[in-house]
Each structure stands twice: as structure tokens, then as C-alpha cells.
Design a binder for this molecule. Structure first.
Ligand SMILES: Nc1nc2c(c(=O)[nH]1)N[C@H]1C(S)=C(S)[C@@H](COP(=O)(O)OP(=O)(O)OC[C@H]3O[C@@H](n4cnc5c(=O)[nH]c(N)nc54)[C@H](O)[C@@H]3O)O[C@H]1N2
Ligand SMILES: Nc1nc2c(c(=O)[nH]1)N[C@H]1C(S)=C(S)[C@@H](COP(=O)(O)OP(=O)(O)OC[C@H]3O[C@@H](n4cnc5c(=O)[nH]c(N)nc54)[C@H](O)[C@@H]3O)O[C@H]1N2
Ligand SMILES: [Mo]
Length: 766
């Protein structure tokens, strides 16, 4: 069978020209169509209007920040947020009858889109050892089974507790409490594959592992905004509105990206009539088509250019006062930039010296500079040095600790940042663990736990008995799909708290599996007869409440908090107060207040419209809690992945019609792709060198020292990528990423730089 048939793609992709503008009428039509199909007309509109409103629920899509309460639009959402909501609030159901009709082996033949399209999970399901089907189980039995398996383990480190970033602060807090009470720090999360590199680089250099820029910094104060390795038109659409506001004030916007994404072109603001009908706003002033993984060399080049100008006219470029008072390491860094060779910078970045010097001049002419980035930077071998070099660039002109300036890692999942704040991390610092001990009266384990990649290794090697996932799609999101699926199947018990069926739930072999259906963001959460709310933290460190509005998809659904606290009580009895926490989330918030810095008067402050902002030391007061108490220049020798002759460097990206592993549809409107996803974007010259024509069917093959991996049946597509650079979609390409190919320091899989070769398709096709 051809790969596109097996995958469920309708007839294989067709491709046309990429779009040069974003949003607009097309986007609105799509939104309404989706909402109506999944939720029905009335429920659909009512649901969308509650999105991101002060008394509504937080959008389950990205982590972009909300405008202040008074400035919110009646419809404060984007096309992709609306899809995420419609997908969750669908009327379709996956119930016991569904599982009786479909053996697990059959479901494994389906692709991710088909699985999630079947609808919401409605009741707890159990797959007994060796059984061919999932069968219903009661909540009580499911929780007892889980507790029994966890108790039977000889060592608590034989359990792994994974979190995906949609989990609320309250659920995350009780979840990490449960894992640590059991005695393990094995708390991997999606952040390990996402902004871990940003956290590592920022903690080392400015002392805080997250961004320090607010929405107002972007809209009202920045003079230059660099958007690096990020596709806001698709992944953070409401950011375009903020960029438009900045643009109208006269700010300059520069995109650094191997692909000419539609969001960099004209923007038609869907929230005002002029935006829809008129020519739109040209958002970016310049697009630098950087070579994949060329960013470290590029930022080093910017620093070199600034330094050279300063040395030609001392006192004219650098903020010496800031550097002397607040930073260390400047002299060593300067020495390294002086020694850099422009030819090497150009070779690694794929950009001309002129383009880099122009950009440096923009940096000099701007009073305030913000650098935003996302996955285009974090998922490479040298991701941490690259982000440290961004900090160097900002420090040179004091672009941190004043309005309109600073580093801005743009977060992915809607609460991925909050989960970290709540202690979801395999290596939380001792200060946090001390507070946890004092609050709950037990000594949490101190040895670091397993992150995502190390968890896969441990499962592969038979060292894990219980894998518990609070959301997410571990098998599809992680690298080396074949290895990971087998690793999951090696576990004695896997437990999945989920809203929808996905690939991970089907990775079973000899062991047992539980599927525990939970409430989504959109749904009312009634505990003890009272509507409860949860809280989240966005990319700009704003903490606010989220209240579901819809009737739950099934009476059997439980909230994530209720599930975790019930398991806590089953495991340990009620000494820590699990029942009270599960009944009333303000009890959890009181604990958070005592354990997590910045959460004083939590309950009162989160009741204010719009919530409150966590302290951001570097931004508010130029305090840098690093090892030396100063912001740190670090010397980052320039590197880039070396690509052998005849090979290409492949990056894996998201389409406009997916949220991570959730594929809403087979297309990518902005990149001109229709009816499929098995597409590989190639430069015209590379196509020619490979002897391929646009539209040919090819296999993607990665070969690393530990073996060859193949992703079959992709349509070669001519696209304006830099020479030697290819792009395709995540998660189809994850099978190509070796487990051992990870970033230094952060251990994030190198999903944005995979060395591949291209072969004519092996499998016979029609
Ligand atoms: N609609 C939608 N929204 C989402 C998501 C989604 O899947 N769908 N996912 C959410 C999550 S969890 C996250 S983390 C974010 C992800 O948000 P993004 O990081 O914007 O998403 P990606 O598609 O991974 O895009 C990476 C961008 O980096 C570019 N790029 C690739 N390699 C390089 C490189 O080497 N250098 C540079 N400079 N650029 C490069 C790609 O061309 C692409 O434009 O979005 C969040 N929001
Ligand atoms: N090649 C490659 N791989 C990547 C990336 C890449 O760019 N390229 N990006 C990485 C990144 S940035 C990330 S963040 C990870 C994402 O990794 P994950 O967070 O693990 O994956 P998602 O696809 O977001 O998870 C989707 C599933 O979550 C469940 N779900 C949805 N809503 C809820 C809810 O409210 N509660 C619960 N309990 N479950 C829910 C549904 O069952 C759904 O199937 O993937 C990473 N993998
Ligand atoms: Mo992410």
C-alpha cells in the first residue's frame, strides 16, 4: 500500500505557490466552518466568544499573552485557537462501543488525524495484559490498579510521570507533589523537547529561565523586533496583531528564517474591517533567509559588527555603563568576536556580511530591541550557545531591564511555562524542594530525575515499570518513533490521562494500559457542587484564571486535579490533604502560595480581572541572580552542523492545520499545500542536482552512526529554501531523528537539524 494511503491521506498532497500574506477573510471563513462542523452552530459561537475573556477560559492553543482587560476585543481569538477549541468541544464520542468495535491492532494502522477525529474519550478504559481490545473499567478500579502497580515497584525511580503543557497550575502542582511523595523526580515534560534550551541559556546568562518581555514591551515600546526561528502566522497568530501595532508606531521588524513564512508578508487584521478589506500591513522590513542552524554564526556576526563600529568610534555604539555595572565576561567575549572570520560567519549562516552589517546597523539605530524566538532555535545541537549569543547581542547595548527591550522566548503550549513554575521539572532546585518539604512535612528526593530522552532510554532498557502521562502524545512527539513506541510497550503499565485517543495509547505489548478521560479547558469543572476554576501562566509571565463554560463531554469525565488527587489518596491515605485539594482548588493555591516564589496572596490577586504578573527580576530592576550575580557574556565558539556531500539538512515544522501531533486537516494553506502532508520542501538547485522533478515521490533517509532510518513516500516540492536545506512536517518525520541526537546541555532532540539523503521512493505506488 502506498504510504499516503496507509496514512489516511485522501489522495496524496498537491502543492501550489506559497501565500504572501496572512489571516484575512479566508481565515475567518475557515474558523466558522470548523466551529460549526465540530460543535454545531449555537454551541460553536457561544464557545468561541468565551475564549480569552476575563471571565472565560484560556485558549488551549498557544501561550501568547492577552491584552489588558479593557483592551480585549469581543472576539479575542485566532483561527488556530478556534480550531483547538472546536476540536476539544466536538460532539463526536469515543466510547466503550467504539473500543469494542475496533481492536487495538486495527487502530494502530490508523494515523493520528483519524484517531483524534473520532471524538472525545468518555469513560475509563483498560487494556488487560495480552488483550486485543480496550474494555471499560470503573474509576475506582483504575485508580486502585495504578496505585497497586506503583506500590509494587522496588524503587520509585521505576516510574515516570510525563506532563504535556496544557495542564493547569493546580493540576501540575499536585502531580509533582505526588511524584515526589512517591520518591522520584522523574518528571519529564514537553518542555524538554521545546524551550529547554532557552531555559538553560537564560538561567546561565541572566539568572531567570524564562522571558522577561511583556506584551506592552512589544506593542508600545520596542523599536526593533527580531522574529527568529518562529512562525507566528501559524503558531502564535495573535502575535501578528501585536506586531502590527508596533509597526504602526514605526518599529522595525526583521524575520530570520530559512522559509519565507506567510506571516512575514502582508497582514490582514481579522479584528477590524479595514484590515480585512484593505491591502493589509506589510509586517516585516527584512527577511533574512538563513541557512538551517546558521543562527549562532549570525548572532556572533551581529556582535562582531557592533564591536567593530564601537572600536571605530568609541562611545558611539555600546552601552559601556550598563556593561560595567551589570555584566561580566565582556572582555573575553570581545576578544573572541575580534578573532572571528567573516568568511566563516557567511559560510555557516548562509547570509552575506552586508546583510548582517545592515542588521547590526538597525540594532544600533534602535533605542530598544527585542529578540523573539521559538523552535527554529531550540532544537539544534548548538541551541544553548545560540541563545546565549542572543543574550550577548542584547547585553552589548543594554537591551535588557528597560521597557521595550529583552529576550522573548515565545512559548508553545498554553501553560508550559506555568507547569515549570509549579515544579514540573526533573531537576527542580533545592530551594523549591526545601519549601515543599516544609509545607508538606516529607523530604522530597534530591537526585535529578529523567528528562524526556532519558526516560525513553530507561524504558527501552527495561528500567521503567509504570509510565504515567498527564496529557500529550509521547510516542508521536518524541524522536526516534520506532524506538520510542517499543520503549512504551516495554512498560508493565501505562496510564494516559487524555481528552482524545492518540498513537501513544496504542503502544502496548505484554503490559497493561489505562485510558483516563479528563475534562478539557472549555468544560465546566464542578466539584462539591461549585464551579471551580484553574490558573495558567502565559509567555509573558501573567498568571490568570481559566473557567470552563460548556457542559462536560460525558458525565464520567474528571478534572486532571480530581484524578491526580484521587490517586494520591489511594496511594498514601489522606495525610497530605488530597481530598480537600481535589474538592476545592483554593486549598492547592494556598499551598502554592507557600512553596512557589511570586505567588503571595494568590487567591486574591488571581481574582483581579486579567490576573497578575510574576516578578521578573532582570526586567524590573536589573537584578541578575546568576552564579556571579551579574548578567554574563559567554564566549560561544561558532559551530553549525556539518553536512556531508550529497546530504541535506532537514528541519521539521508545523503546518497551518495542526497543533503539535494533533492534525486538524491534510493541508498547509500558507505554504500552498493541499490534500496531504507527506511533502518535502526542496530548493530548486537541489532538486536539479538530485535529478528530481517537482512532484516526484521520494523517501527521506537519515543515516547516523547507529543506523539508517527511513520515512517513505514524500512528494518532492520546489520551494524557496536556502540551498542544501529541506523542510517537512512534524510528527511524520520524527522517525528520522535519532534518540541520541540531542542539544548539548539541554538534551532537547535535534528535530530542526536532521542530516538526510533523498532517494526515489522504494515502495511501489500507483
Ligand atoms: N497552530 C499551532 N500553534 C502552535 C503549535 C502548533 O502546532 N500549531 N504548537 C505550539 C507549540 S508547543 C510551540 S513550541 C510553538 C512552536 O512555534 P514555532 O517554533 O513557530 O513552530 P515551528 O513550526 O516548529 O516553526 C519553527 C520556525 O522556525 C523556522 N526554522 C526552522 N529551522 C530553523 C533554523 O535553523 N533557524 C531559524 N532561524 N529558523 C528555523 C521554520 O521555518 C519555522 O518558521 O507553537 C505553539 N503554537
Ligand atoms: N520533529 C519534531 N518533534 C517535535 C517538535 C518539533 O518541532 N519537531 N516539537 C516539540 C514540541 S515544541 C512539543 S511542545 C512537543 C509536544 O508534545 P505533547 O505535548 O506530548 O503533544 P501534543 O501533540 O500537544 O499532545 C496532544 C494530545 O494531548 C491530549 N490532550 C489535549 N488536550 C488535553 C487536556 O486538556 N488534558 C489532557 N490530559 N490531555 C489533553 C490529547 O489526547 C492529544 O492527543 O512535541 C515536540 N516534538
Ligand atoms: Mo512546544
Amino acid at each position: 500500500m502506498a504510504e499516503h494511503e496507509r496514512s489516511g491521506e485522501p489522495q496524496g498532497p498537491r502543492t501550489g505557490a506559497p501565500e504572501k500574506s496572512s489571516v484575512g477573510v479566508h481565515g475567518i471563513t475557515e474558523t466558522v466552518k470548523y466551529a460549526r462542523e465540530e460543535m454545531g452552530p449555537v454551541r460553536g459561537v457561544r464557545t468561541l466568544l468565551a475564549l480569552n475573556q476575563v471571565d472565560g477560559f484560556d485558549c488551549p492553543s498557544c501561550a501568547w499573552g492577552d491584552p489588558p482587560p479593557g483592551e480585549r476585543k469581543h472576539a479575542e481569538f485566532c483561527e488556530n485557537g478556534a480550531k483547538a477549541v472546536a476540536w476539544e468541544a466536538t460532539r463526536k464520542r469515543v466510547d466503550a462501543a467504539f473500543f469494542a468495535a475496533h481492536p487495538i491492532a486495527e487502530l494502530r494502522e490508523r494515523d493520528g488525524h483519524w484517531l483524534e477525529s473520532q471524538g472525545r474519550l468518555t469513560e475509563p478504559m483498560h487494556r488487560a495484559p495480552g488483550a486485543t481490545h480496550y474494555a471499560p473499567i470503573t474509576w475506582d478500579r483504575a485508580l486502585r490498579l495504578t496505585a497497586d502497580r506503583l506500590r509494587e515497584m522496588e524503587d520509585p525511580n521505576r516510574a515516570v510521570f510525563y506532563t504535556s503543557g496544557r495542564t493547569s497550575n493546580e493540576a501540575a502542582f499536585v502531580y509533582q507533589l505526588l511524584a515526589r511523595r512517591l520518591g522520584t523526580n522523574n518528571l519529564p515534560d514537553c518542555s524538554n523537547m521545546c524551550h529547554e534550551s532557552s531555559g538553560a541559556a537564560l538561567s546561565e546568562t541572566i539568572g531567570v529561565g524564562k522571558g522577561v518581555v511583556t506584551l506592552e514591551d512589544i506593542t508600545d515600546h520596542a523599536d526593533l523586533i527580531m522574529v527568529v526561528g518562529q512562525n507566528p502566522g501559524t503558531c502564535h497568530p495573535r502575535m501578528l496583531t501585536a506586531l502590527e501595532q508596533a509597526k504602526r508606531r514605526g518599529a522595525k521588524i526583521i524575520a530570520v528564517n530559512p522559509l519565507p513564512e506567510a506571516g512575514f508578508g502582508r497582514f490582514h487584521n481579522p479584528q477590524n474591517v479595514r484590515g480585512l478589506a484593505g491591502p493589509g500591513t506589510q509586517l516585516t522590513d527584512r527577511h533574512l533567509p538563513i541557512r538551517i542552524n546558521g543562527d549562532l554564526a549570525f548572532f556572533a556576526g551581529l556582535c562582531k559588527a557592533l564591536l567593530a563600529d564601537e572600536e571605530a568610534a568609541p562611545g558611539s555604539v555600546l552601552d559601556r555603563d550598563f556593561i560595567d555595572r551589570y555584566c561580566d565576561g565582556f572582555e573575553q567575549a570581545a576578544e573572541a568576536w575580534r578573532a572571528l572570520d567573516w568568511a566563516r560567519i557567511q559560510e555557516l549562516s548562509g547570509l552575506s556580511r552586508r546583510a548582517i552589517e545592515y542588521t547590526a546597523a538597525d540594532g544600533m539605530n534602535a533605542a530598544n530591541v527585542i529578540v523573539c524566538w521559538a523552535m527554529g532555535l531550540t532544537q539544534h545541537r548548538n541551541a544553548v550557545p545560540t541563545i546565549r549569543e542572543i543574550v550577548n547581542f542584547l547585553l552589548l547595548r543594554g537591551n535588557i531591564g528597560r521597557p521595550g527591550a529583552g529576550p522573548a522566548p515565545i512559548r508553545g503550549h498554553s501553560n508550559v511555562q506555568g507547569d515549570r513554575t509549579m515544579g514540573i521539572w526533573e531537576k527542580m532546585p533545592d530551594a523549591f524542594l526545601d519549601k515543599l518539604r516544609d509545607e508538606f512535612g516529607f523530604d522530597p528526593p534530591r537526585a535529578h530525575g529523567l528528562d524526556t530522552v532519558d526516560s525513553i532510554r530507561a524504558m527501552r532498557d527495561g528500567k521503567v515499570e509504570v509510565f504515567f502521562a498527564l496529557g500529550g502524545n509521547f510516542a508521536a512527539a518524541t524522536p526516534d518513533t520506532t524506538v520510542t513506541e517499543q520503549a512504551l510497550a516495554n512498560c508493565k503499565l501505562t496510564v494516559h490521562v487524555a481528552t482524545k485517543l492518540n498513537r501513544t495509547h496504542l503502544c502496548v505489548d505484554g503490559g497493561e494500559a489505562l485510558l483516563l478521560p479528563c475534562l478539557g479547558r472549555t468544560e465546566r469543572d464542578l466539584q462539591d457542587g461549585v464551579d471551580r476554576f484553574v490558573t495558567v501562566e502565559d509567555s509573558m509571565a501573567m498568571v490568570h484564571a481559566s473557567r470552563g463554560k460548556l457542559l462536560p463531554g460525558s458525565p464520567q469525565l474528571r478534572s486532571e486535579v480530581a484524578i491526580v488527587t484521587a490517586l494520591g489518596r489511594e496511594l498514601f491515605g489522606d495525610a497530605l490533604g488530597w481530598s480537600a485539594m481535589g474538592r476545592d482548588y483554593s486549598v492547592i493555591r494556598r499551598h502554592i502560595e507557600h512553596v512557589v516564589p511570586g505567588f503571595h496572596s494568590f487567591e486574591a490577586r488571581v481574582a483581579q480581572p486579567g490576573g497578575f504578573m510574576l516578578p521578573r527580576g532582570p526586567h524590573d530592576s536589573r537584578t541578575f541572580p546568576t552564579a556571579t550575580g551579574k548578567a554574563r557574556f559567554i564566549v560561544n565558539p561558532i559551530t553549525a552542523v556539518e553536512v556531508p556531500a550529497g546530504r541535506l539538512l532537514l528541519t521539521t515544522v508545523r503546518s497551518h492545520d495542526q497543533f503539535n501531533t494533533t492534525v486538524y486537516g491534510y493541508g498547509d494553506r500558507y505554504r500552498g499545500v493541499k490534500g496531504g502532508r507527506r511533502v518535502v520542501f526542496l530548493n530548486d538547485h537541489d532538486l536539479h542536482d538530485l535529478g528530481l522533478a517537482d512532484g516526484d515521490l521520494v523517501d527521506l533517509v537519515s543515516d547516523y552512526p547507529d543506523g539508517e532510518r527511513r520515512a517513505p513516500g514524500f512528494r518532492a516540492t520546489r520551494y524557496p529554501t536556502p540551498r542544501g536545506c529541506a523542510a517537512t512536517y512534524f510528527p511524520e518525520a520524527n522517525v528520522l531523528v535519532p534518540l541520541d541526537s540531542t542539544a548539548e546541555i539541554s538534551n532537547t532532540p535535534n528535530s530542526k537539524s536532521v542530516i538526510i539523503r533523498i532517494e526515489p521512493a522504494h515502495a511501489p505506488t500507483r
